[in-house]
Design a protein around this ligand. Structure first.
Ligand SMILES: [Zn+2]
Ligand SMILES: [Zn+2]
Length: 397
């Protein structure tokens, strides 16, 4: 058994290496054609054609979501393991979060796991590759969850590039708000007293929230911009808009933070005589509840491949993989690319997500994922432990 187990891992590693060049091309092409939330048509076509060409059963525009897909291989009498691809980019700065590499890691792991499932004497299992659009704010995974995409999945995993290696990173829950102030226009020089200044309400809100920071927990994050600050200096602004992101380690802490932020904009409306209108502009992303057993398996496999994990964890933002982690046992390890000085969502990071160095790190992360799947498939007790732990994690929430 032990021998089969390590043979299967070696098989996955060798298979991924065989396709190195082809995989690099896929990631390069996605990088060269950055596409935004739910508009990832080229990436969708590229990835689904690739997987179909490699013998997977592919469902394009899965569950009616145009740029989502599902690809499967194997036997549904065994456990259903899901590897997740992301492939959306950011406005203006392209693949500054490296989702081209996440897609590459997903299809690389798919090839490794497929080779495992085809090996003589290998345990039965179903491999699902889920193509999830719009991670950068659109919450593609949330749509997929709502449509039942994860109902038959036993475990889900993906990897994400960043400046350091973390098996169990912290991702914060996030609420996305739009705040609109309505005032009254007036000539700003001739009859300013006739006006109600909606920009003043926005400025007061911005300043109050900035002052609130001193009383916030160190793990909370709140950041906003003014997206409409008025039409012209000689008109008292009658309408202003702000966008704010509120983040904290749990949903209930985000709610606490929200009530404090609410007091800021309500006070600003009162002080200026404006009315205020608030809405959530994106789905709520849950925090990431990584499965400990699954993370430990990944960590052991990645260490075996030479990965050194960071000692300190820092929250890296938020992800709709958090929502997945609340419906199935999941992991979302971060892997290092670059020299540690380039951080996500910068032009410097965009530059390093299309290098052969990043490609090599991506293959290692893909190998670690496929080795983790071997652990899950070859040892039913491990899967049982993962599920037990998931049930107790969720019941504590
Ligand atoms: Zn990002
Ligand atoms: Zn990202």
């Amino acid at each position: 058994m032990e021998e089969l187990h390590s043979n299967l891992k070696a098989r996955a590693i060798a298979e991924i290496e065989t396709y190195s060049e082809e995989l690099r091309k896929v990631s390069e092409e996605i990088w060269n054609n950055p596409e935004l939330d739910f508009k990832e048509h080229k990436a969708h076509a590229l990835l689904t054609n690739f997987l179909e060409g490699k013998g997977f059963h592919v469902e394009r525009s899965y569950l009616g979501i145009q740029t989502a897909f599902r690809a499967t291989f194997g036997d549904s009498t065994g456990p259903n393991v899901c590897v997740i691809c992301e492939y959306d980019a950011l406005p203006e700065i392209g693949h500054a979060c490296g989702h081209n590499l996440i897609a590459e890691a997903g299809i690389a792991a798919a090839l490794g796991i497929k080779a495992v499932l085809k090996t003589h004497g290998a345990p039965k299992g179903l491999l699902t590759i889920m193509g999830t659009p719009a991670e950068e704010g659109g919450g593609g995974k949330i749509n997929l969850i709502e449509k039942g995409a994860f109902e038959s999945i036993d475990v889900a995993m993906m990897v994400h590039p960043c400046p350091s290696n973390h098996a169990m990173p912290t991702a914060l829950a996030i609420m996305t708000l739009e705040i609109i102030f309505h005032g009254k226009a007036a000539h700003a020089a001739a009859f300013p007293w006739e006006g109600v200044n909606a920009l003043d309400a926005a400025v007061i809100t911005y300043n109050s929230i900035s002052m609130l920071r001193q009383q916030m927990k160190p793990t909370w994050r709140v950041h906003g911009i003014i997206t409409n600050g008025g039409a012209k200096p000689n008109i008292i602004p009658e309408l202003t808009k702000m966008e704010y992101y509120l983040r904290a380690p749990t949903r209930s802490e985000v709610k606490d933070l929200y009530s404090k932020v609410m007091a800021c904009y309500e006070a600003a409306a009162k002080a200026t005589g404006c009315t205020v209108e608030v809405s959530e502009t994106a789905p709520f992303y849950e925090d990431l509840a990584s499965n400990l057993t699954l993370s430990n398996l990944y960590e052991t496999n990645a260490k075996h491949l030479g990965i050194v994990f960071a000692k300190k964890d820092v929250p890296f933002g938020s992800t709709d993989m958090g929502n997945v982690s609340y419906v199935v046992p999941s992991i979302h390890p971060m892997y290092k690319i670059g020299d540690g000085s380039q951080v996500n969502h910068t032009r410097e990071f965009t530059a390093i997500t299309n290098t052969s160095e990043a490609h090599q790190h991506t293959l290692i992360a893909a190998k670690a994922m496929s080795m983790t799947v071997v652990d899950v498939l070859t040892n039913p007790a491990v899967l049982e432990q993962i599920k037990k732990e998931f049930a107790s994690d969720i019941s504590l929430l």
